[in-house]
Design a protein around this ligand. Sequence first.
Ligand code: NAI
Ligand code: CS2
Length: 492
Amino acid sequence: MTTQRIDAATQKGRIGIVHLGLGAFHRAHQAVYLERYRGRTGDGQWGVSSANLRRGASLVDSLAEAGFRYHVAEYRDSDNVTVREVGAIEETLFTGQSPDGQWGRDLEALLARLSNVKTRIVTLTVTEKGYFLNPASGELLRDDPMIQADIAAPQAPRTAPGILVEALKRRRDAGQAPFTVLCCDNMPDNGERTRQAVAQLARVHDAALADWILERVAFPCSMVDRIVPAMTEQDFAALKTLGVDDANAVVCEAFSQWVVEDRFPEGRPAWEEEGVTMVADVAPFETMKLRMLNGSHSLLAYLGSLADIDTVFDAVSNPVYQALLSAYMRQEAAPTLDMPKEIDLDAYADSLLARFANDSLRHKLQQIAMDGSQKLPQRWLQVAEANLACGRDTACVALGLAGWIRYTQGSTLAGRAFRVDDPMAEQLEALHQRHGDDACALVDAFFGFEAVMPQALARSEYFKQQVLDAYLTLTERGVEPAIAELAAQGAR
Ligand code: NAI
Ligand code: CS2
């Protein structure tokens, strides 16, 4: 085992960035870029205040107790790891619901930090569901209880959009310039979606504020990429063998990529000096990654879970699944992409298969399967829509969608039950309750689920039949025969 140790930069600085969503990815991606930047330049103006708005008070408090320093183990493979101590986070706050039922323990501290003119950038990793947008229409979910609470009490916001509205209101009322909002979640056009969520919520009470936000606040888009699985007991044990006993540590792959739309009117760190790609238009990179990497991840997540497979590594170690990913990436995802000529999508597909085969990451399929209703439109459904419009193949997405439909029943093919972790889990369960014993009616009901299914796909009788055929093969014969059937069709 080759281990490189890198200590955190010594000096603390001034907070210039607030992050919403203190999760594993933030600690392994944005904070690492800032740590490297600060260690190399000594530039102390971009310290981070990180807040958790939901579950996660324990991490907030344990990081504070550790002086806000933690470790990131970047695995090239199981024999080569870099252990980096990160100190870029200089404050942690919790605004979610405490055990006593109260909300907003540190809300005023967060709003004060956001209102401080030294805060010039706000970044977010609150998961795709944290923006409270209808996945198909992009409209704010105004009937969601959390959004309803923010509408009822805008000065005591609970959601990310609500916090941004109140903070921007305070900045405008004080005659101050706004901060730049940089979304780092896996959504297409993520900056614009964040902008829409914030402006739509602001408009409920204050149209002038909504207009000010639309005119004055920059919401650049970004594509983010680093595989950062949720920590397991084995991960912590492996770190201890490296001499790292840190409850706040995260494990990830060595690969990291960040493509950012360069629109920061209030200034930003010189991220490009740390390998971040600053561009005018992120869309091609974002679409490529969401469809090729994340679309492949979701194929493994639902089909592998139904077959009781535990991790990404376990799944791609099976040639049947590897062949499915290769077919999906090269024959269905890649043809829908419009990339700069220097981008080799075949080589990109090969690189993704190699990353998925990293034997040191225990990336649970169940984690990737979470929130499918929020993920599948940009990962698969837009791929199928584009291919149908051009008469190209849609068999892989059809099989994946059949797998997701069966997955939302909440059990593997062998009958092992699990909880479906999705903000729309209740509506999805109701479809199974109503149609579960009639595959045709069930698939029809999912095609009528407008919150997820785009109209153009919902109207395609050909695609619906393809999904039904895949569903019947899957449920009657199993996952690998269904994949084999798809391969056989492709060979015909
Ligand atoms: P995590 O579970 O460690 O952290 C999730 C964070 O989101 C937590 O801070 C949680 O409190 C917050 N959150 C969840 N629901 C929320 C809501 N409704 N409102 C506000 N905050 C909410 O997950 P992780 O690994 O940090 O991933 C978070 C996001 O980062 C992903 O959803 C994805 O968009 C992005 N990402 C993750 C990658 C990974 O490999 N883990 C890679 C690339 C992007
Ligand atoms: C994964 C992503 O959980 C999931 O949905 O597909 O978090 C994936 O690990 C990252 O996008 C990789 O950059």
